[in-house]
Write a protein that binds this ligand. Structure first.
Ligand SMILES: *[C@@H]1O[C@H](CO)[C@@H](O)[C@H](O)[C@H]1NC(C)=O
Ligand SMILES: [Cu+2]
Length: 141
């Protein structure tokens, strides 16, 4: 009899533990990112207050920054005058948006790109703007 009593007492403790575990699981599910969502990365406004324009030293802007996969770059510019092309290394070096690259070209004036790992190259495709410094090579870890 007494044994049974203890048994049922430990049984209800077990139920409490199980309920607690279920709550913890529910909390973990709520805290976990939605399936398919990447961990939120940092967001960088390219050129800070100057934005994306001519005669900014983007090498200097990059100095001291470390980029990780999933970070975002925001290109802010006047779309009357500029665009953003995500080009190859060659496109970056020679300041050309080659059809061969099939480079994505953005023209909204406020373009956000999510960076995958690797080195990524962005230039302005308007003639002579890349030569005037509108070029950015970002190493992403
Ligand atoms: C872009 O520049 C043009 C010409 O100077 C100007 O009229 C327009 O308001 C500018 N647009 C923005 C979003 O600054
Ligand atoms: Cu430009």
């Amino acid at each position: 009899m007494a044994g049974r009593g203890r048994g049922s007492a430990s049984g209800s403790n077990g139920a409490l533990v199980a309920a607690g575990a279920a709550l913890l699981c529910a909390a973990a599910v709520l805290l976990a990112p939605a399936p398919g969502a990447e961990a939120a990365g940092a967001t960088y406004l390219v050129g800070d207050a100057a934005g994306w324009t001519r005669n900014v030293d983007y090498g200097q802007w990059l100095a001291g920054k470390t980029f990780h996969a999933g970070d975002m770059l925001v290109f802010k510019y006047n779309s009357t005058f500029h665009d953003v092309a995500w080009v190859s290394k060659g496109g970056y070096r020679h300041c050309i948006v080659s059809p061969k690259d099939r480079a994505p070209v953005y023209r909204s004036g406020y373009d956000t790109v999510r960076l995958p790992a690797g080195t990524h190259y962005f230039i302005c495709g308007v003639p002579d703007h890349c030569q005037a410094g509108m070029k950015l090579a970002v190493k992403v870890y």
